[in-house]
Design a protein around this ligand. Structure first.
Ligand code: ALG
Ligand code: ZN
Ligand code: ZN
Length: 346
């Protein structure tokens, strides 16, 4: 079947849902073209079907495809930011990384290498998880591409700066401790937002503070409001290269039931979207949306929320200038998406 896509500014956009019903065909994120259908992407969206790092409910390995399915209703103009992201930039779906579900070390290496390959030509990367373990290799790739430690904005009910689980260093509760230890983060500019729920002990907070994290709790968002929170975050991040990690469990289980470690008292999807929209103009190099576990979802509530969060993150990226890539980076093997990614998103 012919795809009948919207094309603007020379960018190949989504399938036109006014001519091909939005429920028809295989899903890519927002019905965008696959990476192999475009010359090059300014923003690549990639899935990581991996959940071997979870401590409670499994199922986030199915998250990326669930978000793709739930993203069929996204439209090409984003009035909240007054931007048509798929016209401002070439956005494409790079399919799924082929990660080893039985070997977490190998999976982490694959994710890091694939993220490096996808960004070799200066593309910005949005990753759909997957459990939160994947943030570590994605941060390794982001800081390598930035050539310096990156600022981190981490939306999550959890700190994810714990040390080990059952002696394991690489889990979904530990990526940001590893990232600090590895020097991937600019510790002057790292914040958790939406934190809540019981901890193992007070020491969790003491460790976290020692690493340099600032915390805006879920209650802070409620009492201070979006504007004040955005102003503080922007101030802290400044002009640094920024990585945004969104664990969908930052939302209240009423807004995102489909996740592995839900905690009561979370943010609304409106609050989360408004904070993200408040970050316009910051140098957002890469982002992820993780921990969507469709088996616990109902009526695509979580998938729709994650899809909208991803859409607003892509919108932020779409407005930024394409980074100048040094020659040596250009000479890297380009985007071997065909080799490294499955045809997951057709
Ligand atoms: N990263 C997420 N979603 N959760 C971490 C929870 C760690 C725990 O089971 O205590
Ligand atoms: Zn979490
Ligand atoms: Zn998390």
């Amino acid at each position: 079947m012919q795809e009948l896509r919207i094309e603007e500014n020379g960018n190949l956009g989504p399938i036109d849902s006014s001519r091909i019903p939005r429920f028809a065909g295989a899903a890519t994120f927002a019905r965008l073209p696959r990476l192999d259908q475009v010359r090059r992407a300014d923003v690549a969206v990639v899935g990581v079907p991996f959940d071997s790092g979870v401590s409670y409910r499994p199922g986030a390995r199915f998250g990326a495809n669930h978000v793709r399915e739930a993203s069929r209703l996204l439209r090409p103009y984003n009035p909240a930011q007054d931007v048509s992201p798929f016209a401002s930039a070439q956005v494409a779906d790079a399919g799924d990384m082929a990660v080893n579900p039985f070997n977490i070390h190998e999976a982490i290496e694959t994710i890091q290498q694939d993220a490096l390959d996808l960004t070799a030509d200066g593309a910005r990367l949005l990753t759909l998880g997957g459990d939160h373990t994947i943030a570590l290799p994605l941060l390794r790739a982001a800081s390598e591409r930035a050539g310096e430690p990156v600022a981190l904005l981490h939306f999550d009910a959890h700190l994810d700066t714990w040390d080990t689980y059952f002696g394991a260093e690489y889990t979904h509760g530990t990526p940001f401790r590893r990232a600090v230890e590895e020097g991937l983060l600019d510790t002057e500019a790292i914040s958790h937002v939406g934190t809540r729920g019981p901890l193992y002990g007070k020491r969790d907070l003491e460790d976290d503070r020692r690493f340099g994290f600032g915390i805006v709790t879920s209650s802070d968002v409620y009492y201070q409001g979006v504007r004040e929170v955005v102003a503080k975050l922007r101030d802290r991040i400044g002009g640094r290269p920024l990585y945004i990690s969104v664990d969908i469990d930052v939302l209240d289980p009423a807004h995102a039931p489909g996740t592995g470690t839900p905690e009561a008292g979370g943010m609304t999807s409106r609050e989360l979207l408004e904070i993200i929209r408040g970050l316009r103009g910051l140098n957002l190099v890469a982002a992820d949306v993780v921990e969507v576990a469709p088996a616990y979802d109902h009526a695509e509530i979580t998938g729709v929320a994650a899809g909208h969060v991803a859409y607003d993150l892509v919108t932020l990226m779409s407005e930024l200038p394409r980074p100048v890539v040094e020659r040596s980076r250009n000479q890297e093997p380009g985007i071997p998406a065909e080799q490294r990614t499955t045809a997951g998103a057709q």
